[in-house]
Ligand binder design. Sequence first.
Ligand SMILES: Cc1cc2nc3c(=O)[nH]c(=O)nc-3n(C[C@H](O)[C@H](O)[C@H](O)COP(=O)(O)OP(=O)(O)OC[C@H]3O[C@@H](n4cnc5c(N)ncnc54)[C@H](O)[C@@H]3O)c2cc1C
Length: 294
Amino acid sequence: MAEGAGGPSAVKYGVTRDYVKAWRWCWPTAGSFTPGWRTDKGVVGYDLTRLFVGSEGTLGIITKIILRLIPQPKAKQTFLVLMDSMAQAAALVAKVLARFTPCTLEFMDRTAIGIVRDQLPVAVPAGTAAILLVELDGTAVAVASEGADLQAFLLGQPGVNLVRQAADSAEAEGLWAARRAISPAAFSLRPHKMSEDVVVPRTKIPDLVACAEGLAQELRLVVFCFGHAGDGNIHVNIMLDRADPSQLANAEIAKERLFAKVIELGGTLSGEHGVGITSPAICPWRSMPLPWRP
Ligand SMILES: Cc1cc2nc3c(=O)[nH]c(=O)nc-3n(C[C@H](O)[C@H](O)[C@H](O)COP(=O)(O)OP(=O)(O)OC[C@H]3O[C@@H](n4cnc5c(N)ncnc54)[C@H](O)[C@@H]3O)c2cc1C
């Protein structure tokens, strides 16, 4: 709760903030109280929940949380989409979200594709600029109907090179395994990684990817992007060898320039990982003396 965590399904289901109803809050010098609503509806007063979720321990200690639960979906369909251009992939993300309600809408750029090419169930042509992974969930009937519509829609879109629907849950899991493998497999490129998780408006994803590619070229680093295109939360990974001082210096420059670009694009610096203590310049209150800190 203190991190406001989310994940690939946030595009449909939201993040932790959307599921916290009430919690017990403790302040060492002021006792405790339980803000929020235990009822399903509660509209009066300040919404302290939205203030506390994501506060990363700066506003007090949480000792109890009451969460909203929802039923697990009964059926899923997963689609792999190969795209010829990053700009067309980003445009397609917006179009899909305007017509459908996918539970995940992930993307990989060309470097990320190269990292897991061998693990994907289809041969990916060399010119492929982006992959989208789109998943629908719900009742079996609804998913079958929406899935047929989605497939027909995708096949008619500019830049779409191939649409493959996972034949069964094993194939869908294979696609997800490839997606999950990107991060660990990236160490085959360089021994160390700076992993950022910035968020930009969806329409600005191509600008972010272009920025990452430009930084990689200019600073002689490997930089690649993948992540939650559906909500604009992109994992930008800077690969380097920390033992090489010039690579380390260039990676720090790349990170600063990336953050500046994200702000320029109207984005935010973290969609999942939080700010923590690694960036005091961004989050000066992290060094404030707080009663529960030793
Ligand atoms: C490999 C990796 C993958 C990740 N992937 C994702 C992801 O997909 N999605 C995502 O959202 N995040 C992701 N994260 C970040 C993740 O959300 C956080 O690391 C995690 O939520 C922190 O929980 P913790 O209990 O381990 O951390 P802790 O370090 O214990 O706490 C994290 C923060 O919460 C505060 N805190 C802890 N306990 C309390 C309390 N009782 N009351 C008030 N404040 C408290 C701490 O002060 C700190 O600021 C990832 C992290 C890693 C390392």
